[in-house]
Design a protein around this ligand. Structure first.
Ligand SMILES: Cc1ncc(COP(=O)(O)O)c(C=O)c1O
Length: 400
């Protein structure tokens, strides 16, 4: 199929939920993607913060190929080594005591909210209290996914309203407004769900005071604190987990995007207290954490969880941020974020800049109307950063 035929077939047969540019990618290698016409693109998107090792990392390819030849799927009715190994790594390198696996970020948040409901129920029965304890506190700008539960805690009304009624009892509080959050969290709250660094909402980092205050309020009211690290977790911000930079640990942390380097996976990591209320049959998934996807994830985790690797994310992230901050273009009103998850807030729409950069061979993302989002593979180097920044600057000068 040539490029036009592919685009036409998609228009004819694929449900139109995405607007795509007329590009068909054929392959990728490291920091680069190649289209069907042979054009080369520097990838500062990582497939929306997924391909942290870059495209077709040789160790990842070997692990996936070998595992595919050996065993791909057995369902969760049986044990398998790659899943056990991955769970051990996640627990031994985080606050958590147990892991629940699923297939995406939305599913991970869905699991987290279900666990919070069950945990709350167990507390009510212990306390013999008349409270319902089913409410959820979420935040303006938050994005947690498109399934009914995750969507209920996602802020953008245009995502939620066409599908109402959603899960009841969700209150949205201004992000980083601790007093408002304290006022909203009470004995009827079962969970507070927050991204330590909001991705889709505009690359907005939480303040330490905010997350620490949420922790205290959750403790005071026996509510679970859920950190959604689907986008900001696993090395993206320069530490293994974003929460490590805040001096706060959650009760539940959700992961997905980068965990298997491009294969579908999600995870909800929980403390022992949460784990104790979840019983066989409470939740499950046919595909989750099969041997193939976990073999991939084990490679990703082992490579990212190395001090020199994380150090390089910190250094390159700081360099990228510095380069953007010193561009001195009037269109740039703010540069924010951490590590290699950075937002460039503009005084103009971001989408035309993203399109112009793509035409010059650099792929970037937007986050909201006026923010450019940069989330390159974590293997990016300073020369590639220079190329991306120079291209973005040229686009800003041309398209304003
Ligand atoms: C913070 C966050 N949570 C959840 C999700 C949903 O993940 P998925 O698209 O894998 O369902 C996303 C996706 O962008 C996200 O950024």
């Amino acid at each position: 199929m040539d490029r036009q035929a592919i685009i036409q077939a998609e228009a004819d047969y694929v449900l139109h939920t995405y607007n795509r540019p007329d590009i068909v990618f054929s392959h990728g290698e490291g920091m680069y993607l190649y289209d069907s016409d042979g054009n080369k693109y520097l990838d500062f998107t990582s497939g929306i913060a997924v391909t942290s090792l870059g495209h077709s990392d040789p160790e990842w390819v070997t692990a996936v190929s070998q595992q595919a030849a050996q065993l791909t799927h057995v369902s969760n009715l049986f044990h398998s080594a790659p899943q056990a190994q991955l769970a051990q790594k996640l627990v031994e390198n985080s606050f958590a005591d147990k892991v629940f696996f699923c297939n995406s970020g939305a599913e991970a948040n869905e699991a987290a909210l279900k666990f919070a409901r069950k945990y709350a129920r167990s507390r009510i029965s212990t306390l013999h209290s008349p409270i319902s304890k089913t409410n959820i506190v979420a935040f303006t700008g938050g994005f947690h996914g498109r399934t009914m539960g995750s969507l209920s805690a996602t802020y953008k009304t245009q995502y939620r309203e066409p599908f109402a009624p959603l899960v009841p009892g969700v209150t949205f509080v201004p992000f980083n407004d601790l007093a408002a959050a304290q006022a909203a969290i009470d004995d009827n709250t079962c969970a507070v769900i927050v991204e330590p660094i909001q991705g889709e909402g505009g690359v907005n980092p939480a303040t330490a005071e905010f997350l620490q205050g949420l922790r205290a309020a959750c403790d005071a009211h026996h509510a679970l604190l859920i950190f959604d690290e689907v986008q900001c977790g696993l090395g993206r911000t320069g530490t293994l987990w974003a929460y490590q930079q805040y001096g706060v640990t959650p009760d539940v942390m959700t992961l997905a995007k980068p965990l298997a380097g491009g294969l579908p996976i999600g995870a909800a990591l929980v403390t022992q207290a949460v784990a104790e209320v979840i019983k066989p049959g409470d939740h499950g998934s046919t595909f989750a954490a099969g041997p193939l996807v976990c073999a991939a994830a084990n490679v990703v985790f082992d490579k990212i969880n190395q001090r020199p690797f994380l150090q390089s994310v910190q250094e390159n992230g700081a360099y990228l941020k510095h380069r953007l901050q010193t561009l001195e273009l009037e269109q740039i009103v703010d540069v924010r974020g951490q590590g290699l998850l950075l937002g460039v807030a503009l005084n103009q729409p971001a989408a035309p800049i993203m399109a112009a950069a793509r035409n010059k061979g650099v792929l970037i993302l937007t986050a909201g109307d006026n923010v450019l989002r940069l989330a390159p593979p974590l293997i990016v180097n300073m020369a590639e950063i220079d190329t991306a920044v120079t291209t973005i600057a040229a686009c800003l000068e041309e398209v304003s």
